[in-house]
Design a protein around this ligand. Structure first.
Ligand code: CA
Length: 228
């Protein structure tokens, strides 16, 4: 189920957006202030952010800037009454993906939300894109640089190979033998225990609670499954 964040200070619009998005099967979280979403983004991955420009406190424009500077690529759809051209250009400059002026037709908004989510999921599925998201964290497979719970760091080649394998096979149970074969191949004799050790390491880096993993899940007597 795709997760949608709505940042909107007008209660009526917020409620209307929530109801309509939930009717489409989205999981919706609403925020009145930009700052609240920024905090939440440290914990949760959203598939799309719907953002008003005129907000109490930090503006929607500023928020987009902050989000992109943190390296978060989640699509942002600006939904706003401020339909003048300069604002539109400056928000898109700061990294918003699309723009919809109020008053809008709900059907159009839902169509754009769907298109933006599909587009970004398509990008994520392409291995050559080289970016993997684990919850709120991002890993660049090319440079092996990763944002993790323990800060920014460079992962090993094998850690990246394992992440890439999981990313290519989301929600598929992979046996230890499959993983050894794909990641270690002909390399020096690893044991199934090697895989377990790497999983422990990935959990420490990317799981909110490594004891109760949500992304690198143990499938009893079968292996491991990756839930992005
Ligand atoms: Ca507003």
């Amino acid at each position: 189920m795709a997760r949608v964040a709505v940042v909107e200070d007008e209660e009526l619009i917020r409620t209307m957006l929530r109801l309509n998005l939930e009717k489409q099967g989205y999981q919706v979280e609403c925020f009145i202030q930009a700052e609240a979403l920024l905090d939440r983004l440290a914990e949760v991955f959203f598939d799309i952010i719907l953002l008003d420009i005129m907000l109490p406190g930090m503006s929607g424009e500023e928020l987009v800037g902050h989000i992109r500077r943190r390296g978060i690529n989640t699509p942002v759809l600006m939904v706003t009454a401020k339909s003048d051209i300069p604002t539109k250009v400056s928000t898109l400059d700061r990294g918003a993906d699309d723009y919809l002026a109020k008053p809008f037709h709900m059907a159009e908004l839902l169509a754009r939300v769907q298109a933006l989510i599909r587009r970004s999921q398509g990008e994520r599925a392409v291995p050559s894109h080289q970016l993997i998201r684990v919850g709120p964290w991002e890993v660049n497979l090319e440079t092996r640089e990763a944002d993790t719970r323990q800060g920014r760091m460079k992962l090993s080649e094998k850690e990246c190979a394992l992440l890439a394998l999981f990313a290519r096979n989301p929600r598929v149970t992979l046996s230890r033998a499959d993983i050894l074969d794909e990641v270690w191949g002909m390399d020096a004799d690893p044991t199934p225990r090697t895989v377990d050790n790497f999983i422990v390491r990935l959990r420490k880096l990317f799981e909110a609670n490594p004891e109760a993993p949500e992304h690198f899940v143990t499938v009893h007597a079968a292996g491991y499954r990756y839930d992005p």
